[in-house]
Design a protein around this ligand. Structure first.
Ligand SMILES: [Zn+2]
Length: 138
């Protein structure tokens, strides 16, 4: 069992409490660093972070820095809000596909396969989360 680090600034954050094995991810994100879990056995990255590799079952997983490079796998523009936003799946250069938001973009000019770069924004709960912007926008 993984114990929560009481010095973690997000100890009361429901995301961190629900998945303590991801606390290293949130701590790094607070410093604008993007970490991914990788497996020393099969040498593949996976998302979301897990103690046991979902690809080969090995417990030999470790945190590695992610490049922040990705491309737009699929997306939807949410229009029925005051400010439209983009909900997307992005394919990370390391392989995994993750759900995120696309920011700093013209929502009418996004295209599948478009190169993206990660940046961090602050969630309402206070923790920093990775989002993506078209390359060249940041
Ligand atoms: Zn593995």
């Amino acid at each position: 069992m993984i114990e929560l680090n009481e010095s973690n600034p997000f100890i009361h954050d429901p995301y961190v409490r629900a998945q303590p094995e991801a606390q290293a991810f949130w701590s790094a994100a607070a410093e604008n660093r993007f970490l991914l879990k990788a497996c020393r056995n099969c040498e593949k990255f996976h998302w979301y972070p897990r103690v046991i590799c979902p690809l080969c079952g090995s417990s030999e997983t470790e945190w590695r820095p992610a490049s922040g490079d990705a491309n737009l796998h699929t997306f939807s523009v949410i229009q029925r809000t005051e400010v439209p936003y983009v909900l997307a799946y992005v394919e990370l250069a390391e392989g995994p596909i993750m759900m995120s938001n696309i920011v700093d973009c013209d929502v009418n000019h996004l295209r599948i396969g478009q190169p993206l770069k990660a940046l961090f924004t602050r969630a309402p709960e206070g923790r920093r989360v990775p989002v993506f912007a078209p390359r060249g926008a940041i």
